[in-house]
Design a protein around this ligand. Sequence first.
Ligand code: DOR
Length: 299
Amino acid sequence: MKITCNAGGLTLKNPTILAAGVLGTTGASLKRIASMGAGAVVTKSIGTEPKPGHHNPSMIRLEEGYINAMGLPNPSFGEFRQELEIARESGVPVIASIFGATPEEFTAVANGLPGADAYELNVSCPHAKGYGMQCGTDPELVRSITKAVKAAVKVPVWVKLTPNVTDIRPIGLAAQEGGADAVVAINTLKAMAIDINTGWPILGNRSGGLSGPAVKPVAIKCVYDLYEVLDIPVIGVGGVSNWADAIEFMMAGACAVEIGSAVYEDIGTFASVSMGISNYLDRKNMKLDEIIGLAHRVV
Ligand code: DOR
């Protein structure tokens, strides 16, 4: 079955997208991920100034996922421009993940990083003071950041949301009001791990964000809730490791999925997820569109 799709204003050859993260730090790695079958790739989040990130250890592996506190390390938009150009040689859409503390900062990064096929506004990092979810838990700020970037660029704007709220729907609605072309749910869940031998939190920043299979049910519920209230597409992310996870996200309402943690284990994930979706649709004799939001039907 054909699995080309339209995700938030972009046409993709398949509905699998590299999620923002360390694999999107260079043009070369983005190209490599694209060559392994991703339908699109998202860069590491980029800001106005070079940022070294938090102290090591900045990422730990658990049985059910990872906790990271990278701290938005990036070379700034000026330095990243060349990486974006290299990534664009991949032939798949390249989405620039950008962050800031104000609408003006977001706009400065978007303007300073031209050529992206879309921008993903990171208003949801759980452990970056002044950035991330400090913006993304305030609906008014989410609306004004989205509106400002939307007015500054001519390509689609996606907004990546935090699950660290009681109700994700008002934030999704604020992004929609600001003119977003899609929302992306979810960023990582606030988390911590403590070394019981030393009695210290393990991460250099103490607190971090949980990703991987452990967060999938939280992400599914967020996508489900957003799909119910929004008119714009929802892109699912959080613990997708195989094709069945992707189908589950689509049934919750996602038009495409982003994959992050699973790629650290297997760079072939994009191809196997795409193949699995296609085979599933063949077996069920269904089209991709027919499974999106299927879990919302009433008897
Ligand atoms: O968990 C996360 N870690 N989410 C982000 O948005 C950024 C990243 C980091 O750089 O710390």
